[in-house]
Design a protein around this ligand. Structure first.
Ligand code: SF4
Length: 78
């Protein structure tokens, strides 16, 4: 049976919350009888998106409130 998990793929200090946050990918791993298939990426989110959405003003693309601002744009991969 396939299984789904969220895994951090990049980390970045975000000025909006003043701490390190993670860009996470929602991955679907294949069933055990397909061990050579790579996981598929279904979606991305920031680890602090819910906190940001409870604050006033626009946050970023990963909070869904600012389509042109990406704090992870220059972050290196984990
Ligand atoms: S959702 Fe965007 S603005 Fe908010 S903490 Fe994450 S990266 Fe920063």
């Amino acid at each position: 049976m396939a299984w789904v998990t969220w895994e951090p793929i990049r980390r970045q200090l975000c000025d909006r919350v003043g701490e390190e946050v993670a860009l996470e990918a929602k991955l679907v791993y294949p069933a055990a009888h397909l061990p050579e298939s790579p996981p598929r990426v279904l979606a991305h989110r920031c680890s602090h998106w819910a906190d940001c959405n409870s604050m006033e003003g626009q946050a970023c693309i990963w909070a869904g409130t600012h389509a042109e601002y990406d704090p992870f744009q220059f972050a290196s991969a984990d």
